[in-house]
Design a binder for this molecule. Structure first.
Ligand code: NAD
Ligand code: ZN
Length: 405
C-alpha cells in the first residue's frame, strides 16, 4: 500500500493571502523570519487578515535561514505559553520548516529533537493546533510537503524531519510574495525545485500520482526559471506554482542522493565562513548524480523520458541523459551558479578558488560521505552507492570531474 498526502486546502493566485480572513479559531501564532516579510508588508497584511477573522495574534519573529534546533525549542516554548489553535508560518523554507518542528514540540512537549528525526515516527498532531504555510520563495515547496529541515550546528549537519503528520493543513501559494525575491534567491530556489522534480521522477517510490506532477513541474521550470531570474514577473508567478507541483511530487515520491549530499555538505564548512546554499548545492550535484544513477537501466530510461518531455532530442537513452546533463549545466551558467564546490565562492558566485579549500574538503569528505549515506533521502535513490562511491561522487562534485563509475 502506498500513501499520497497533500494539504486539505491550497489557495493560489494573486491575493490568495486573503484566505486567512476565512480561518476559524481563537489564537494564531505567526512564525516568520528575519525581516523580508515585514519589510514588504506581507506580515502586516497576514496579521490584519487573521485579526479580521476574529483571532488574537502573536508573532514569533527572527527565525534564521537554515534554522537551528535551539530556535525550534524557543518557538515551541512561546507556543506553549500562548496556546495557539492555528500556527501560521510565512516566508521561505526556513521559517516554515522551523514552525513545523515547533508544532511537534508544542503538541508533545516531551519530544526531543532525536525523536523528531525518526523518519515517519511523529505521533498524531492537530490535538492543539492546525498549520497553515505561506511560501515566499519558489523552491522548497515546504507549504505542501511532509518535511522540515533543521540544522544541528554542533554537528554541522542538516536533519530532515519527515512525516505526513507535518504536511500543512492549508497552503497559501500567492505569487505576489515571490515577486520581491532578489535574483540570487530566484536562482537557488528554482534549481532546488527542478532537483525536487527530477529526483522525484526517478525515485524508487515514484508512482502514477507523482509522475505527472514531477514532469509538469520540470516543463514549467524549463520554460520559466531563467526568464524569472531575468525579471519577467509573469514567469516569476508561474515558477511559484511550478515549485509547488514539484513539492507535491517529492513529498509523496521522496527524493534521492542529490539531497542527501546537499544536506550533509550545507553546513559542513560553516566554520570556514559560509554555507553551501541548499539550492546551489543541488544545482551543482544534480548533473553528477544523474550520470551516476544512469548506470541503473531503469533510472536511465526515466531520465530519457524527462529529456523527451523537455524536447531535448537524442536518439537513444545515453544521448538523452547526456543532453539532460548539458541542459542543466547550461541552466547553472545562465543563473550564475558554479559547477562545483571548488569554484563556489563565499557569496555563492563562481570563483577560481572558493571558500572550501581542497585540503579542508579532502579532510572531511569521508565523514560527509558516511553522513550522506545515512540521510533519509538516500533510501529512495534509484542506485545505492557504497561509501567509496559516495566519496568519489563527492570528489567529482568538488573538482567538477566526470562521473565514470
Ligand atoms: N521542507 C522541505 O520540504 C524542504 C525542501 C527543500 C529545502 N528545505 C530547506 O529550506 C531552507 C531554504 O529555504 P529557502 O530556500 O526558501 O530560503 P530561506 O527561507 O532560508 O530564505 C532565504 C533568505 O531569503 C529571504 N526571503 C525569503 N522570501 C523572500 C522574498 N519573497 N523576498 C525577499 N527576500 C526573501 C529570507 O529573509 C532569507 O534571508 C533550507 O534550510 C533547506 O534545507 C526544505
Ligand atoms: Zn530541496
Amino acid at each position: 500500500m502506498a500513501r499520497f498526502t497533500l494539504p486539505r486546502d491550497l489557495y493560489h493566485g494573486k491575493g490568495a493571502l486573503e484566505a486567512l480572513k476565512t480561518f476559524k479559531g481563537k489564537r494564531a501564532m505567526v512564525c516568520v523570519g528575519g525581516g523580508s516579510m515585514k519589510k514588504f508588508g506581507f506580515l502586516d497584511k497576514a496579521v490584519g487578515y487573521l485579526k479580521e477573522a476574529g483571532m488574537e495574534v502573536e508573532l514569533f519573529e527572527g527565525i534564521e535561514p537554515d534554522p537551528s534546533v535551539e530556535t525550534v525549542m524557543k518557538g515551541a516554548d512561546a507556543m506553549l505559553k500562548f496556546r495557539p489553535d492555528w500556527i501560521v508560518a510565512i516566508g521561505g523554507g526556513s521559517p516554515i520548516d522551523a514552525a513545523k518542528a515547533m508544532w511537534i514540540k508544542y503538541e508533545y512537549p516531551d519530544t526531543t529533537f532525536e525523536d523528531m528525526c525518526k523518519v515517519f515516527g511523529i505521533p498524531e498532531l492537530r490535538k492543539k493546533a492546525h498549520f497553515c504555510a505561506i511560501s515566499s520563495t519558489s523552491g522548497t515547496a515546504t507549504e505542501v510537503t511532509a518535511f522540515s529541515i533543521i540544522t544541528d550546528y554542533q554537528k554541522g549537519i542538516k536533519y530532515p524531519v519527515a512525516d505526513f503528520e507535518i504536511t500543512p493543513d492549508v497552503a497559501i501559494v500567492d505569487p505576489e510574495l515571490a515577486e520581491t525575491m532578489p535574483k540570487k534567491l530566484v536562482a537557488h530556489t528554482g534549481m532546488d525545485a527542478i532537483t525536487h522534480a527530477v529526483e522525484a521522477y526517478v525515485s524508487t517510490a515514484h508512482c502514477d500520482y507523482t509522475d505527472p506532477l514531477a514532469l509538469h513541474a520540470i516543463k514549467m521550470i524549463q520554460n520559466d526559471l531563467v526568464g524569472s531570474y531575468n525579471g519577467d514577473m509573469a514567469k516569476r508567478d508561474s515558477m511559484h506554482n511550478a515549485q509547488c507541483l514539484a513539492g507535491m511530487a517529492f513529498s509523496n515520491a521522496l527524493l534521492g542522493i542529490v539531497h542527501s549530499m546537499a544536506h550533509k555538505t550545507g553546513a559542513a564548512f560553516a566554520d570556514k565562513g559560509a554555507h553551501i546554499i541548499h539550492g546551489a548545492a543541488n544545482a551543482m550535484y544534480l548533473p553528477k548524480v544523474i550520470a551516476f544513477n544512469a548506470k541503473n537501466p531503469e533510472a536511465k530510461k526515466r531520465y530519457g523520458e524527462i529529456a523527451d518531455f523537455m524536447h531535448l532530442g537524442g536518439n537513444n537513452d545515453d544521448e538523452k541523459v547526456k543532453l539532460l546533463i548539458d541542459y542543466l549545466r547550461k541552466m547553472n551558467d545562465d543563473l550564475n551558479i558554479p559547477h562545483c564546490i571548488k569554484n563556489y565562492g563565499a557569496d555563492s558566485y563562481p570563483v577560481e578558488q572558493g571558500f572550501v579549500s581542497e585540503e579542508t574538503f579532502l579532510e572531511r569528505v569521508h565523514d560527509i560521505a558516511v553522513n550522506a549515506l545515512g540521510d533519509a533521502c538516500t533510501g529512495s535513490n534509484p542506485r545505492q552507492p557504497s561509501v567509496e562511491e559516495m566519496e568519489k561522487l563527492l570528489k567529482c562534485c568538488y573538482y567538477d570531474t566526470e562521473v565514470d563509475f
